[in-house]
Ligand binder design. Sequence first.
Ligand code: GSH
Length: 218
Amino acid sequence: MTLQLFGHPFSSYTQKVLIALYADETPFEYRNVDPAFPENGAELQRISPFGLFPTLVDDDEVVLESTPIIEHLQAKHPGPNRWIPNGDEGRRARFLDRFFDLHVMTNMNVPVADRLRPEGKQDAFGVDRARKRLHVVYDWLDANLADGPWAIGEAFTLADCAAAPSLFYADWVEEIGDTRPKLSAYRARLLAHPAVARCVEEARPYRAYFPLGAPDRD
Ligand SMILES: N[C@@H](CCC(=O)N[C@@H](CS)C(=O)NCC(=O)O)C(=O)O
């Protein structure tokens, strides 16, 4: 049976998994959960506890969470890319995957989610702290990323799947700017990767969904 991916083209975590699927040219059925396709959203609510996306269905197995989904793809549907290499490289890829999700994606999402809160329920302190933390994170990445082309060096891995959407959107929230040349160049290389570029194009029609207003670039 075909793999099914429940996700949304504008969703950063969906894009993280799509990058792996596209880069490996793995066939799958895309169940877009945009309100335009209510049957996909209803099915996702049925199979996933919080209705979060991405959610992968492989025969009768439901796989939740973007990182385990990519691990599942590597184990059960391997393609040309090795998402988690062996040994030290694999440990570095796993670490950076956590770093991009927990520090870039999470802090990026605070101001975004805050804008969606009901009037009077905003958290100005939390938003300010998250914006400041993004700059600390940028400085750390600029100092600690491999010289390229990718996060751990030569291999395009799980870490890059996580990095692409998180840096894409984080830069819209707080610009990386000219003072972090290594990180800026890495973001640009990611956006030029064919699998990432495809995700960016597929998400373009949904840019009006960005709660802070999408900048006129990228
Ligand atoms: N830790 C999860 C995060 C998934 C997640 O938060 N997805 C967002 C879209 S990017 C979502 O489902 N939002 C809908 C909601 O919160 O109801 C992963 O890695 O897959």
